[in-house]
Design a protein around this ligand. Structure first.
Ligand SMILES: C[S@@+](CC[C@H](N)C(=O)[O-])C[C@H]1O[C@@H](n2cnc3c(N)ncnc32)[C@H](O)[C@@H]1O
Length: 213
């Protein structure tokens, strides 16, 4: 197999450990990450906002290892208290689906999953995205996965990640254009309003490449 497209061999070889990710979405996320770290050799670190117990971050670390990109670090962020309260911008026909405290994983579980997989541990930050400080963030980001589900969570993570995104780096946002989580799309539309940024849409994911800087 060529050096590019290694991501294809990871999905299928390793289990997807929770119902929070599908093979189709994982393939898009890893393809985009591989484009950034291998094809374009973009400087900066890898981040995931909303890592839960590591379903996707395990694969992101595997991809780094598959490409011997150990100079890049994976940073993961989560409250480890589950989802926060919804705002009015998250109101949807799905009504009471997704409540505060749902999707709670512990930091210990995340670490256990990485250790069981024999993987290097990521840099882990426990807390609400809105409370993160400058020092909690890498100075330059090559690739980011944003998976916070709600309007404020996506908006807060965009504010942290977009200004640090390297030229030609990219971010993928989960749950784009999904009627049961409308806050995700609203946050993206509000954040990128009046900016000449293209949002691609693939399998419930938004892909945004930083071609501006
Ligand atoms: C859908 S899950 C993420 C799934 C994960 N990406 C995976 O692949 O397994 C959403 C996660 O985001 C976290 N989260 C949502 N909003 C947050 C916020 N504002 N601050 C910190 N964590 C948040 C929740 O605790 C939860 O673990």
């Amino acid at each position: 197999m060529s050096k590019a497209n290694l991501y294809l061999s990871l999905v299928g070889r390793y289990p997807i450990i929770t119902d929070q990710m599908t093979a189709k979405r994982l393939l898009v996320i890893l393809r985009e990450m591989e484009r950034v770290i291998v094809d374009r050799d973009i400087e900066g670190e890898i981040v995931e906002f909303g890592c839960y117990s590591g379903t996707t971050s395990l694969f992101m670390e595997r991809l780094l290892q598959a490409h011997n990109s150990n100079n890049k670090l994976l940073y993961v962020y989560d409250s480890f208290e589950g989802l926060p309260d919804k705002s009015i911008k998250d109101a949807s026909v799905a009504g009471t689906a997704f409540k505060a405290g749902e999707l709670k994983a512990t930091k210990r579980q995340l670490i256990k999953n990485f250790k069981q997989a024999g993987l290097r541990l990521p840099v882990i930050h426990k807390g609400w995205f809105s409370d993160l400080k400058e020092s909690d963030m890498p100075s330059t980001i090559a690739f980011g996965l944003l998976d916070g589900d709600f309007y404020d969570s996506i908006m807060d993570s965009l504010k942290l990640v977009w200004p640090r995104l390297a030229p030609n780096g990219s971010i993928v946002v989960d749950d784009y254009d999904k009627s049961n989580l409308p806050g995700v799309t609203r946050a993206l539309n509000d954040f990128f309003k009046n900016q000449n940024v293209r949002i691609r849409h693939e399998h419930d994911l938004a892909i945004i490449r930083n071609n501006l800087r």
